[in-house]
Design a protein around this ligand. Structure first.
Ligand SMILES: [Zn+2]
Length: 371
């Protein structure tokens, strides 16, 4: 797989000046919303750091019960603080012609992921408060259990995605799936469809679960007339590439690598306040975690972009049709307003996929090698 150099790709050859300007304006709005939402969440956490400890202590509950109450207050507060920014984001997409503005349909679509995420977060909170209250070097005890939680969550997510989707109906596309799975040696991986067109026109697909829970899910927006069958095949081949490269188990491996230093830093940061074992410190723990997540985001995105590039390369090898690749990414630029060449800060902190320019450059590199 070649590295992600742009090799002087001229985006003007693939997009008109008007298209590039549209994508730029749309993304500036998205970036502003991200920064504002993050600032609001940090502000909410600072307020909770000041207010919550007194309420938690005055409840007179035990450590674990206090941890559960404080954890719920935190999760619900953060969700409600983020909500207006999500809704403005939904409206912003609608404003740029990327779909209907249907708040109810969007909210309904959130539940299949929100519930499991909240359960995972609460289980982790109870684990951290419980172990930190009992052991001096609690991070050594908690780290492997967090990895088990993360693996279990990733595994179950595969089945949950299956519940929130339906099988492919198009016989031609079903035959393509069988063919591509044979080429990529991932026979029998279920490829399903999730209906999202009630709240967005943006196109997307993803791979969830691992082992027997592995599922590839295509948004129904990929299957509409905007995309040719060859372009839809590129999307499917890319997702099967993730399956073939075992990217989800590898992501769990990355969690295992970073969790110990993260918990250790949490212990250091909260030591003077009485440690993670005191549920009154949970808002402060969330604040430190938010900062650590922000600092780690460029590294996390770099790893993700590497895996995405690998899946792109596998799709090119499976399809042997770089023209379909290029036209797919052009369509992403046009119909999802993905920016061909985002600014550096956006690239480092927000882009977990190669840019459109990098993906087109890779298709060209493949063509050069295999001409
Ligand atoms: Zn991908």
């Amino acid at each position: 797989m070649p590295s992600l150099h742009l090799s002087g790709l001229d985006t003007q050859r693939y997009f008109s000046a008007h298209e590039l300007a549209r994508a730029r304006s749309f993304n500036r709005g998205e970036q502003a919303l991200y920064v504002l939402s993050l600032a609001a969440q940090v502000a909410a956490l600072v307020v909770l750091v000041r207010l919550l400890p007194r309420s938690v202590r005055s409840m007179g509950l035990g450590r674990i019960a206090s941890g559960i109450v404080a954890g719920m207050v935190l999760l619900v507060t953060l969700w409600f603080v983020a909500l207006p920014f999500s809704l403005v984001g939904l409206w912003w997409q609608h404003h740029w012609g990327l779909g209907p503005f249907d708040v109810v349909a969007w909210l309904v679509s959130q539940w299949s992921t929100l519930g499991p995420e909240a359960i995972f977060a609460m289980a982790t909170i109870v684990l951290l408060v419980g172990t930190a209250g009992r052991f001096r070097r609690w991070w050594l005890v908690a780290a492997p259990i967090v990895v088990v939680f993360a693996a279990f969550f990733a595994f179950v997510s595969g089945w949950l995605a299956a519940l929130a989707s339906h099988p492919l109906h198009d016989p031609a596309l079903k035959a393509d799936v069988v063919r591509l799975e044979r080429i990529e040696h991932v026979q029998g991986t279920p490829v399903r469809v999730q209906d999202v067109s009630s709240w967005t026109d943006q196109a997307n697909a993803f791979t969830v679960g691992f082992g027997p829970s592995t599922h590839v899910v295509l948004w129904d927006t990929v299957l509409d007339e905007r995309f040719s069958r060859a372009e839809q095949n590129v999307v499917i081949a890319h997702e099967l590439g993730h399956v073939r490269s075992r990217h989800i188990p590898k992501a769990i491996g990355w969690t295992a690598l970073i969790i110990l230093p993260t918990l250790w830093l949490l212990a250091i940061a909260t030591r003077r306040r009485g440690g993670v074992g005191d549920p009154a410190n949970l808002p402060y723990v969330f604040l430190v975690l938010t900062v650590l997540t922000l600092l780690a985001a460029p590294l996390e995105n770099a790893v993700s972009r590497r895996y995405e590039a690998e899946a792109d390369w596998r799709a090119l090898n499976a399809m042997r049709d770089p023209a379909a690749d290029t036209s797919l990414f052009q369509e992403f630029g046009r119909s999802s307003l993905e920016e061909a060449n985002p600014p550096l800060l956006d690239y480092l902190w927000l882009e977990n996929h190669p840019t459109i320019a990098q993906r087109i450059a890779m298709a060209q590199a493949w063509e050069k090698r295999n001409r």
